[in-house]
Ligand binder design. Structure first.
Ligand SMILES: Nc1ncnc2c1ncn2[C@@H]1O[C@H](COP(=O)(O)OP(=O)(O)OP(=O)(O)O)[C@@H](O)[C@H]1O
Ligand SMILES: O=C(O)C1=C[C@@H](O)[C@@H](O)[C@H](O)C1
Ligand SMILES: [Mg+2]
Length: 163
């Protein structure tokens, strides 16, 4: 079976749906942002401030490479699939599901957020550009799950029906 990997833009609900999926499949859930926070003993936001995005991306690549391919759910950070190298690693370890969500819904979830460093001081238009620039990366090698208007439980059921 390998890993069940959830990708998608910030706020798509990867972490939230992943927890539901873990419960339903009785599998462990690993969230790459949380693993990085435990390993480096600081919040993602602090890693960006202390080391910058490029170094954070290197930490993220190391983390993805170190994942075992034993059955588990992996919920990735929103930028984990930007690098081709990372997409390749994930494809070899399991099945990738892209949680697609309408941008306006995502924006409503993200507009008050202060934890995600890439949203800091960005306009709605700038965030939408980032979202659009990443779509091809999310679509590469993945099964798309339309999440707009669905609960985390519906999303988990949809993923299970495609395993
Ligand atoms: N299906 C859903 N319906 C409504 N709200 C949701 C849904 N999934 C997640 N949310 C809410 O949206 C916010 C973002 O969810 P979550 O943290 O799971 O996103 P994420 O994809 O893991 O984001 P990131 O890439 O930043 O890690 C949370 O406040 C969560 O409660
Ligand atoms: O979309 C992104 O690039 C990010 C999403 C988050 O999950 C974190 O990994 C970090 O805030 C960067
Ligand atoms: Mg998350």
């Amino acid at each position: 079976m390998g890993l069940v990997i959830l990708t998608g833009f910030m706020g798509a609900g990867k972490t939230t749906a992943g927890i539901e999926l873990g419960k339903k499949l009785n599998l462990p859930v690993y969230d790459t942002d949380q693993l990085l926070e435990e390993k480096h003993r600081m919040k993602v936001k602090e890693m960006f401030a202390e080391y910058g995005e490029e170094k954070f991306r290197n930490f993220e690549t190391e983390m993805l490479q170190s994942l075992s391919d034993s059955p588990a759910i992996v919920t990735t950070g929103g930028g984990a699939v930007i690098k081709e190298e990372n997409r390749h690693v994930l494809k070899t370890k399991g099945q990738i599901f892209f949680l697609h969500c309408d941008f306006d819904v995502l924006y409503e979830r993200l507009k008050e957020d202060t934890a995600r460093p890439l949203l800091k001081e960005k306009s709605k238009e700038q965030i939408e550009k980032l979202y659009e620039s990443r779509l091809a990366c999310y679509l590469d090698g993945s099964v798309t799950i339309n999440t707009t208007g669905k609960t985390p439980e519906d999303i988990a059921d949809d993923i299970i029906s495609r395993l």
